[in-house]
Structures are given as structure tokens and as C-alpha cells.
Design a binder for this molecule. Structure first.
Ligand SMILES: NC(=O)c1ccc[n+]([C@@H]2O[C@H](COP(=O)([O-])OP(=O)(O)OC[C@H]3O[C@@H](n4cnc5c(N)ncnc54)[C@H](OP(=O)(O)O)[C@@H]3O)[C@@H](O)[C@H]2O)c1
Length: 337
């Protein structure tokens, strides 16, 4: 089949647990633009073309539709459950005592699974906003980061790991100061940490910090999320797909600049999780991991295009009294309280 990339050819990443997982996955956040059925149809197509890792989350509002696709793929023998690595995430309004288990139960019911491969703590705050809200939206109950609150939630993830309901547990949207505070307290170390990573936002310190500790970085918005929600767009944002050096490398390889972003991500070592509902796009995103790698020189050029340009600033999670979105990211090296 022309659009099938044999998953055995797709490079793997080894987690500290010894488990091997694909070097690329598919994102499933419709960015408030794509309906649940559009996203789940893309997942169905992606399974058939050879994707074996899917990044889900309860807040994406489409796990029920994606679950039907998984069930059908298993029933039709397209893929076996144990061949897939399926992640999900507990949303910010489900950090309270017992709520993580409840949240996971709903996710497992919706995804029609007995376990997830990785369960992430989606954001390190119990700060909630309504799906689809605008960028000025604030919840007056939002609070700054608290080690005690975070660890109380992480203990629940450790419990569901003990119960076998999540084979791995992970964190997302963390910073080095927050990790310094919580990692020594973890009974179960995160196997993966999801973070924003694309050529114009490479987060070298956080990337290295995780890699040195055997924690696998997963890169979200790997293409620079050109269709992200309007609340996540500002005038100063730089479009990765228009960076001249990257466009030139794409020309040389005769591929779309999006594909160069993904080749760079895979060759650097993070697991990118690009999203697309278009088959030609998601097929080329997977295929690029098995052919025509970037040269060392091209990798060096791409390393130099980092502009420290964070796109997902998270300002909707700010608490009353916070100065600005930078407060979420501990830019001065200490946890902002
Ligand atoms: N942990 C977190 O807090 C967090 C935050 C954000 C995102 N995520 C995860 O990361 C995933 C990816 O992030 P994202 O969806 O925001 O951004 P992204 O993957 O960087 O960008 C997605 C966009 O790129 C375009 N695209 C994809 N492949 C392409 C290709 N080959 N050629 C041209 N255009 C292409 C798609 O447009 P077309 O539809 O036209 O193909 C799509 O709209 C999400 O789906 C979600 O699973 C996690």
C-alpha cells in the first residue's frame, strides 16, 4: 500500500523502563477548529498508514470518538492493542483527592481501553479554564504553583501506575525549577515529559535536563502549530515554517518545511507529536522518519535558528496578582509564587 510505512522501520526511543516506543506520534488536539469526528477519522487513517503512538487528552473533547476508532481497528485486526502506545492527560480541574482516578476512568471508558500507556499530568496547576475560552479569560480561583498540591496529584498518578492502569506516568508544561523541587519527592519517576519544542523554541536547558535524567522529552507543537487557537497567538510570534534557513533546507530535500521541523525533532531525540487531519500531511510526517535524513550541517543550521519563541504561553492559567504569562515559566530560575 502506497501510504503504508512499516512501523518496524520507524526508529524507536527507549524509556528508562526498557520499553521501546516510536520516535514520532500523532497529536489529537483539534485546536478548537476541528470537530471530534474529523480528528478521529485522522486517527483511523493514521493507524492504517503505520502510526503507533497517539497523544490524547480528556480536555481535547474527542476521546469517545477516538475510542470508537481504536475499538474498530482492534476488531478488524488492523492493529493489536499492545502495538499501540496511547497517552492521555488529567486536566487541571481534576487534581483533587481521588479525582485523577475518576478522570482516568472516564478516559479509559471513552477510549475503550483497560490501560493507557502513559498518563500525563497536563499542567502543573489546578487552574481551569473553559474549553474554547478567549485569551483574556481568567479563573479567579487560579493559584500559583505549589509543591504540596503538585505532589498530592502526582501521588494519585503513582497509585494508578501501581494499579497497572497507566504503564508509565509523565508530566507536561514543567520547568527546571519545578522539576528540581518535585523530582526528589517522586516515588515513581516520570518516564516522559511533554513540552513545547520546535526549531524556534528548542528549550535546550530543559531538554538536556530531562535527557540527562533518563526522562524522554515529547515535543508538542513540533511544526510551530500554525493553526493554534487564536488565544495562543501574539504579534511577536515567529512562524517556524517561514524561517529562511529552514525553508532553504526544505527546498534542498524537496519537502514541505513542516517535514524539516519533524526530521530535526526526530534526529535531535525528542518524540514529536504533529497533528494533521490531512492524509497527505500525516503520511509524509511519518514517512520522513524512515528516509532522507538531514545532514549534520543542516542539523547545526537548525540548531542556530532557535529564537526562544514560546507559542503556548498559558496566560489563561494565571492567578490573580500574577504579572504576566512569564510567571508560569519561572524565567529567573526560581518558582514564581
Ligand atoms: N501537553 C500540552 O500542553 C500540549 C499543548 C499543545 C499541543 N499538544 C499536543 O501536541 C499536538 C501537536 O501540536 P499542534 O497540533 O498544536 O501543532 P503542530 O503539530 O505543530 O501543528 C499542526 C498544524 O501543522 C499543519 N501540518 C501538519 N503536518 C503538515 C505537513 N506535512 N505539511 C504542512 N502542514 C502540516 C497542520 O495543518 P493541516 O491540517 O493543514 O495539515 C496542523 O494544523 C497536539 O495535537 C496535542 O496532541 C500538547
Amino acid at each position: 500500500m502506497e501510504n503504508f510505512i512499516d512501523p518496524r522501520r520507524v526508529p524507536k526511543r527507549k524509556l528508562y523502563t526498557g520499553e521501546e516506543i516510536p520516535c514520532i506520534g500523532m497529536g489529537t488536539f483539534g485546536s478548537d477548529r476541528f470537530a471530534p469526528d474529523q480528528v478521529s477519522s485522522a486517527v483511523a487513517g493514521a493507524i492504517r498508514c503505520g502510526y503507533r503512538l497517539f497523544d490524547c487528552a480528556s480536555v481535547y473533547g474527542n476521546e469517545e470518538q477516538i475510542g470508537r476508532v481504536f475499538a474498530q481497528a482492534f476488531a478488524e485486526g488492523v492493529v493489536r492493542r499492545e502495538e499501540l502506545h496511547i497517552t492521555s492527560k488529567v486536566w487541571n480541574d481534576m487534581h483533587g483527592k481521588g479525582d485523577v482516578l475518576l478522570s482516568l476512568a472516564k478516559t479509559l471508558k471513552d477510549l475503550q481501553l483497560d490501560y493507557v500507556d502513559t498518563y500525563f499530568l497536563h499542567w502543573p496547576f489546578p487552574n481551569y479554564h473553559v474549553p474554547g475560552c478567549d485569551g483574556d479569560s481568567r479563573n479567579p480561583d487560579s493559584k500559583p504553583f505549589s509543591v504540596a498540591e503538585f505532589m498530592a496529584t502526582w501521588r494519585q498518578l503513582e497509585r494508578i501506575h501501581d494499579m497497572g492502569l497507566a504503564r508509565n506516568i509523565g508530566m507536561s508544561n514543567m520547568t527546571i525549577p519545578k522539576l528540581e523541587a518535585v523530582l526528589p519527592l517522586c516515588r515513581v519517576k516520570p518516564a516522559l515529559i511533554e513540552m513545547e519544542l520546535h526549531p524556534c523554541f528548542q528549550q535546550p536547558e530543559l531538554y538536556d535536563y530531562c535527557a540527562e535524567r533518563g526522562i524522554q522529552p515529547v515535543g508538542f507543537c513540533p511544526i510551530g502549530s500554525p493553526n493554534r487557537p487564536d488565544r495562543d497567538k501574539t504579534e511577536d510570534d515567529i512562524a517556524d515554517l517561514q524561517v529562511p534557513e529552514l525553508v532553504e533546507i526544505a527546498r534542498v530535500h524537496n519537502v514541505h518545511p513542516a517535514v524539516v521541523c519533524l526530521k530535526w525533532a526526530v534526529q535531535r531525540g525528542q518524540i514529536p507529536i504533529p497533528f494533521s487531519v490531512h492524509e497527505d500531511h500525516f503520511v509524509s510526517n511519518l514517512r520522513c522518519t524512515v528516509e532522507d535524513p538531514l545532514t549534520e550541517e543542516e542539523m547545526a543550521v537548525l540548531k542556530s535558528v532557535d529564537k526562544n519563541c514560546r507559542l503556548i504561553k498559558g496566560q489563561v492559567f494565571l492567578w490573580p496578582g500574577a504579572a504576566g504569562w512569564q510567571d508560569l515559566w519561572d524565567l529567573d530560575g526560581t518558582i514564581t509564587r
